[in-house]
Design a protein around this ligand. Structure first.
Ligand code: DOR
Ligand code: ZN
Length: 346
């Protein structure tokens, strides 16, 4: 197979930032994807429907002319999110979920939820409206080993939420462990999981290969090889539980190459090619289209895209750096060869 076409994909988990960075990155996503679920962890966060409407306008006005890319907005849950705001968001035509960041878990999560009990009435309203809960599934706290955070979150929080709100649609975002795959497999179709290209392509050794590699640091951190293999198996399985969500999270180069570097990997520049690389290495493209373009819309109850995109087997090199307002940005796989290229867009 040297060339193939798929229905144009969507990115079900994306960080677009805000002006002046937004303008630098949104074109990369708009070139490859039809739609994207846009994360609300700005500073200050996108907490209300009005915030989401204003952010959406800023995104739309930053798009290249003629782009038909659709940002699907989300709101950020805090201890004080009201049931009224959730009801309003679920009735909105442009808001598609609410994001749970346990407070302190990652970039701009300080305003997040300090105790899941604080949002239980909000979760009840979300369940009533079948309004998706998008979860950064990591337990916080100094005592939890960073490599155990995802499993600990499943055991202490996610299982209880599933039991207490069995009809609530949940997206377990950017899963990184076999434990998460096993958990999702054991559940019904009310829960799905996004998988990033970087967690399909690297394990935790990549953060320490010959020295500290800040451009491979993200949250949740990459885990052992056995976990990466479980993610590849899940993504390539065709199961409706899994779909693409890049978690592309740009940070200026100097903020990553620092004594206390930021978490986040920028994959939007070549996201589809990165996913294709992972499926190529697995030697199995059978369910590539389902993972990239069908399972996500089915979960979010949205129509499948009507255009196609083609990939061709051709070696090319990812650029070393990209422009990021007046700074620069190092994309995932910078300077490395990829084997597939998007050659035709719908
Ligand atoms: O690595 C990450 N970067 N993980 C997150 O959860 C947030 C993201 C960001 O916004 O930079
Ligand atoms: Zn994210």
């Amino acid at each position: 197979m040297e060339r193939f076409s798929i229905i144009k994909p969507d990115d079900w988990h994306l960080h677009l930032r805000d002006s002046p960075y937004l303008e630098s990155v949104v074109a990369d996503s708009a070139r490859q994807f039809s739609r994207a679920i846009v994360m609300p962890n700005l500073n200050p966060p996108v907490r209300s429907c009005d915030d989401a409407a204003a952010y959406r306008e800023r995104i739309l006005s930053s798009l290249p002319p003629d782009s038909r890319f659709q940002p699907l907005m989300t709101i950020y849950l805090t201890d004080n999110t009201s049931r009224e705001e959730i009801a309003k968001a679920s009735a909105s035509e442009f808001i598609f979920g609410a994001k749970l960041y346990p407070a302190g878990v990652t970039t701009n999560s300080d305003a997040g939820v300090t105790d899941i009990a604080n949002i239980y009435t909000v979760l009840e309203t979300m369940q009533t409206h079948s309004f998706p809960l998008l979860v950064h599934g990591e337990a916080t706290g100094q005592s939890v080993d960073i490599f155990d955070r995802e499993k600990r979150f499943i055991d202490t929080t996610l299982s209880a939420v599933r039991t207490d709100f069995p009809q609530l649609p949940i997206v377990f975002e950017h899963i990184t462990t076999r434990d998460a795959v096993d958990y999702v497999e054991s559940q019904d179709d009310k829960i799905a999981a996004t998988i990033t290209p970087h967690h399909l392509l690297i394990n935790r050794n990549a953060m320490f290969a010959g020295g500290i590699r800040p451009h491979h640091y993200c949250l949740p951190v990459a885990k052992r090889e056995e976990h990466r293999l479980a993610l590849v198996k899940a993504a390539t399985s065709g199961s409706k539980h899994y779909f693409a969500g890049t978690d592309s999270a740009p940070h200026a180069r100097h903020t990553k190459e620092s004594a206390c570097g930021c978490a986040g990997i920028y994959s939007a520049y070549c996201a589809i090619e990165l996913y294709a690389e992972a499926f190529e290495i697995a030697g199995n493209f059978t369910h590539f289209e389902a993972f990239m373009s069908l399972n996500g819309p089915a979960f979010y109850k949205l129509p499948v895209n009507s255009t196609e995109l083609s990939l061709e087997r051709v070696e090319w090199t990812v650029p070393d750096t990209l422009a990021f307002a007046n700074e620069d940005l190092v994309p995932f796989k910078a300077g490395e060869l990829l084997q597939w290229k998007v050659v035709e867009h719908g």
